[in-house]
Structures are given as structure tokens and as C-alpha cells.
Write a protein that binds this ligand. Structure first.
Ligand code: FE2
Ligand code: FE2
Length: 263
């Protein structure tokens, strides 16, 4: 089973971010996915879809996604605006809590999509019943679950990002620990960099942005954006043998040397 993950698209009203046009880079990502991963079962977009959450940004995103030849689902991040998102993509995207959450069964796995958006703050939360809902979804699951949310649910060791991570980190880990055998992996965005770790012993993967990347700053609380790094999306392969995740640097323009020699 193959999934494609995109994160941190940051679609703007036309302005560039660190010299890059988010719509143009999304278009390039979609073209690359179409050429190389059109056989994926599902594409998930892990939040920070829009840069300021304006209605025009979601309309632009909706237009671009018409070219994506895969079924796709969208999650919200801190830069998003839930009301404007639902206006553009339909109120049916919201669950009974009013959050943009759902479950999708694909390839023997249950993809559990979580909404960690908390209005007017960069940090994330699963309050208001969202964490309890997750516990119920896991308790009822009859197959291995893959969890997706925007905010990192683990301590990254990056002071800037740990200050704006998931507020209920410990409670989230406790929910996972309760259903440890049912949760195969957790995936998140937000940090604009590749991160691997564990949550209650479950593998967790942070993926990069389709626009601009950040460097891991373990020394102090500054964000270090590195606009020279190529944008990326991720491809996940999952079956009964295990899970692998690949960061696909679709924005890389440099030399590629194909070789039959051992690496
Ligand atoms: Fe972001
Ligand atoms: Fe974010």
C-alpha cells in the first residue's frame, strides 16, 4: 500500500515566501506525483495548507488539487482557518465536534486523520473532545491504524518547535500506549524538516514542506529557515511486513548519477 504525504503548502494570496511561490511549487509537486506515484492509494495533506487562511487561498488550493490524480484528504495546521476551509471544501469535511477529522480505510490499514488546529495560536491541541474521540476510534479499530496530524506529538528537542507543539503531548502518548498494538505509526508536519522518533514506542515521522525547509536548531529558540534546501513530499509504503517512509525531493535540480554499483 502506497500513500503520498504533503505538508506545509502555505498557499498565499500571491506573495512569495523566502523567494518561492507556494502555488508554483505545489503545481510542481503534483506534476512529480503524477509522473512517479500515480499508483498511490491516497494522498494526505498534513496542514498549514494556507499561509494566512484566507478564502482566496483555499480556493487557489482547491483549483490546484483538481490536477492531482489521487484521492486526497486534507488536515488543518496552525496557519489554517477552519471556517474558511470548510467554506471552500464543504461542511461535510467536519465531524460531529466541528473538527476536520475522519478515518479512511486503505490497504489493510485505517488512516486516522486528526485536527490539531487551535485558533489564534501556533501551537496545537486535541482538546474539546478530540483526544477522547481518538481513544474511541482506536478502541473500535479492527485493523492497524496510521495516525496523521499537523503538530508533532512528541518532544523534538528543538526549543522553537517544542514551544508550539501539541499541547496534550503526554495525554496523547497515554492514549497511544493504551492501544499500542493497534497503532502502527504516527505522521506529522509543522516543523518543515525530516524528523523521526517514537510516541509511546510507536514510530513517528515528521515530513518536510512543499515550499521551504527549516534546519534543526537544537541550540536555542530561533527558527532557522533554509530556503536553499529543495522542497519535498513523502511516500509511505506499508504492508504486513512493515512501514517505510521516503522523503522525495521533487524540487532538486542538481545532478543525478544512476549506477549499478553497490552503495
Ligand atoms: Fe508550516
Ligand atoms: Fe505549522
Amino acid at each position: 500500500m502506497k500513500l503520498v504525504l504533503l505538508s506545509d503548502l502555505h498557499i498565499t494570496d500571491g506573495e512569495a515566501l523566502h523567494g518561492r511561490q507556494p502555488v508554483a511549487w505545489l503545481r510542481r509537486a503534483v506534476d512529480h506525483i503524477t509522473a512517479h506515484h500515480g499508483d498511490a492509494e491516497l494522498c494526505l495533506l498534513l496542514g498549514d495548507l494556507a499561509n494566512s487562511g484566507s478564502p482566496a487561498q483555499y480556493r487557489a488550493l482547491r483549483n490546484e488539487l483538481r490536477s492531482l490524480p489521487l484521492p486526497h484528504r486534507l488536515l488543518l495546521g496552525n496557519h489554517d482557518h477552519r471556517g474558511n476551509f470548510l467554506q471552500a471544501f464543504g461542511a461535510a469535511c467536519a465531524d460531529a465536534l466541528g473538527a476536520v477529522q475522519d478515518e479512511v480505510d486503505v490497504g489493510g490499514f485505517r488512516c486516522v486523520l486528526l485536527d490539531s488546529h487551535l485558533p489564534d495560536t501556533a501551537g496545537g491541541s486535541l482538546d474539546g473532545g478530540r483526544l477522547e474521540r481518538l481513544a474511541a476510534v482506536l478502541a473500535a479499530a479492527d485493523r492497524p491504524c496510521l495516525l496523521f496530524l499537523h503538530h508533532p506529538p512528541l518532544k523534538t528537542g528543538l526549543p522553537a518547535f517544542d514551544a508550539i507543539g501539541l499541547k496534550e503531548r503526554d495525554a496523547f502518548a497515554a492514549v497511544i500506549a493504551e492501544q499500542r498494538r493497534k497503532v502502527a505509526a504516527v505522521f506529522f508536519g509543522h516543523c518543515h524538516m525530516a524528523i523521526s522518533g517514537t510516541v509511546a514506542g510507536v514510530p513517528a515521522f515528521g515530513i518536510r514542506s512543499t515550499v521551504y525547509q527549516a534546519l534543526p536548531n537544537l541550540a536555542d529558540a530561533r527558527f532557522l529557515d533554509a530556503p536553499g534546501l529543495p522542497p519535498a513530499y513523502a511516500v509511505v509504503l506499508a504492508d504486513e511486513d512493515g512501514i517505510s517512509l521516503h522523503h522525495v525531493e521533487f524540487g532538486y535540480d542538481g545532478l543525478v548519477v544512476a549506477s549499478a554499483a553497490e552503495q
